[in-house]
Design a protein around this ligand. Sequence first.
Ligand code: PGA
Length: 234
Amino acid sequence: MKRPLVVANWKMNPTSLHEARDISLSSDEKGVVICPPFVFMEAVKMNIKNAELGAQDCYLESSGSFTGEISPLMLGNVGCRYVIVGHSERRRVFNELPGIIKDKLKAVLDAGLSPILCVGENSKKDDAERVLEEQLGDIVEYLEDNVIIAYEPVFAIGTGEACSPGLAKKRREHIKEFIRSKRSNIVPSFLYGGSVGPENAACYIEEAGFDGLLVGGASLESDKFNIILQKLGW
Ligand code: PGA
């Protein structure tokens, strides 16, 4: 079996370079993608020998007058291979709309990097299938084989209340079928994200058929992160 991909999304953590170096050293395994804050990217890159470097977001232009932004071209030039696009925190806190997410995805692909596109319903009350189809609707025509879809139900992110493997599997199959109905030649990989920890990590791969995991909180705690990797067969 192919080794799962484990993406470590550090979000706006840790707060010091020294901690960033420590965490990256203890997560430096093949098949791991470390997504640190931009400011620590170069230092993490220097520290890792086995893991890959990813980014948590980017802008949609290559360069120019866009104060405060980072382009996919810059990310590629510092050795980054993956970029998370459309994380629910970007959608919710920074009001990122579907049009921007689509343009970011295209920009990441144009720069030769692999987008990790996050989708997921907000609450258990949502009509999840409709929400997922809306999130993918305009984007589906731009998908390429190196796009990774991360199914992250928002109710499970950072709450300790993970989605059950059975439900996650159902959602993964729905997304896969929706993409297949529009783009039968595209076969994306799937990650599950939302309160992944040592106790549930293996279920999403073994029971729910995901190709990997997007890990937030637990990726900052070396002990937990290493048990997750062990459970996945590292
Ligand atoms: P969590 O975050 O593992 O802390 O729930 C996952 C994510 O937001 O990608």
